[in-house]
Design a binder for this molecule. Structure first.
Ligand code: 13P
Ligand code: 13P
Ligand code: MG
Ligand code: MG
Length: 375
């Protein structure tokens, strides 16, 4: 049987409270989320789900047939987060309700605090999907990863040796400061693309499509909490969905960027650079200097609108970074972490002055203003 209805995968996340401080999401919150998701499955709103955490961020992975930006799906996520935040408040967890910036749901969780990555597609014969979720960093942390997967043939051999990928990929890039976006093609416009996405303070990738048929290949969250709240309220810890194989980069090409770590912004108080540390779910907790920024990578397959499950109906989720293949990256990341921490609050360990405008630093400088004398 061919499944004709389009399938949507929605990954919606929020920090609704954590323990201790900003380290991780405790079990009682995951259980509240599980209950809400299970109920939504029973009523037929969603087809399947998986609840997990990336550090202190609660992640709801859902499959359904309602398309992207669907009000019912977003309301389900919002109501789930609200219930979890209530539980967090009752336990006096840290930052209870941190990312829920509105009092009431208004049709779409975008702009209300939670991060969203959604991708709608016609299922192929087999549909592998890679799910990335990060803590203590920002959406543009994925710019380098997207470039490596979809535009760098030294990472993705398929760009050269799979005829279905010779057309290259089209990147939808958001200018988060000006709230406008532009589509750029790689390899044709690679240098212009890199000129934008290398400036991670301002530009972030929203979507990636295969160029010849605009087949959706990746979707990323782009929430900037500071721009919504007008001040630092926590980091915009991002999520990303990447489809794999059969004319798209293979699972191994998607993960091979993490042979080595790279630096991302957002460590400690959202104010420092740190190495992106790839970890399995058992290490999904930001311990050292509230970090280092951590990245979870899960592998699933989608079939007939659902996450492929075992005989008990439990989704089969492969914890990709729970593997010695990433030990080298972890060791290199900790060497970088050690080097950066020796700089304390000095740049380049600390973010640039422009990025610090969105943190609590300006408040510390107010009293100094009147003491400055003209030179
Ligand atoms: P597909 O072309 O079927 O995606 O397989 C490529 C491959 O073998 C990846 O290692
Ligand atoms: P989160 O955004 O993950 O809550 O982190 C906040 C912070 O400043 C940790 O140092
Ligand atoms: Mg937090
Ligand atoms: Mg977080």
């Amino acid at each position: 049987m061919i499944f004709m209805v389009k399938t949507t995968v929605s990954l919606i996340k929020a920090d609704v409270g954590s323990i201790p401080g900003h380290v991780t999401v405790p079990k009682p919150l995951l259980s509240v989320a599980e209950k809400h998701m299970q109920k939504a499955c029973e009523t037929g709103l969603i087809n399947s789900y998986y609840v997990f955490n990336a550090g202190d961020d609660l992640e709801l992975l859902m499959t359904h047939s309602k398309g992207e930006n669907n009000e019912d799906i977003h309301k389900l996520a919002w109501d789930t987060f609200m219930a979890c935040a209530d539980k967090a408040k009752s336990l006096k967890l840290y930052g209870a309700g941190q990312d829920l910036l509105a009092d009431a749901f208004s049709g779409n969780v975008k702009g209300m605090g939670p991060g969203v990555a959604e991708i709608e597609f016609n299922e192929r014969g087999s549909d592998p999907l890679i799910v990335f979720a990060a803590d203590k960093t920002e959406p543009s942390a994925f710019n380098y990863l997207m470039y490596k997967i979809f535009a760098d043939p030294s990472n993705t051999s398929g760009l050269v040796i799979d005829p279905r990928m010779l057309c290259g990929f089209t990147f939808d890039v958001l200018d988060a400061k000006a709230s406008k976006s532009v589509m750029l093609k790689a390899p044709e416009e690679l240098y212009s693309l890199l000129a934008l996405i290398g400036t991670t303070e301002q530009y972030m990738i929203k979507k990636v499509y295969r160029s010849d048929d605009m087949e959706p290949a990746a979707s990323l969250s782009t929430t900037k909490l500071a721009y919504i709240a007008g001040k630092y309220v926590g980091k915009d810890d991002p999520v990303c969905l990447v489809r794999a194989q059969s004319g798209l980069p293979s699972v191994g090409e998607i993960t091979s960027t993490f042979l080595h770590p790279y630096l991302v912004a957002g460590w400690m108080r959202g104010s420092h650079w740190g190495p992106f540390l790839p970890v399995g779910l058992k290490n999904s907790k930001c311990t050292l200097f509230d970090g280092p920024p951590r990245l979870i990578c899960l592998g699933v397959q989608i079939a007939n609108g659902k996450l492929v499950s075992d005989d008990d109906g439990k989704p089969i989720v492969i914890d990709i970074f729970d593997d010695p293949a990433f030990d080298l990256a972890r060791r290199e990341a900790m060497e970088l972490a050690s080097h950066l921490r020796r700089h304390g609050v000095f740049q380049p360990a600390r973010l640039s002055a422009g990025a610090m405008e969105y943190t609590t630093l300006p408040q510390c400088l107010v009293d100094l203003e009147s003491r400055f004398k003209k030179e």
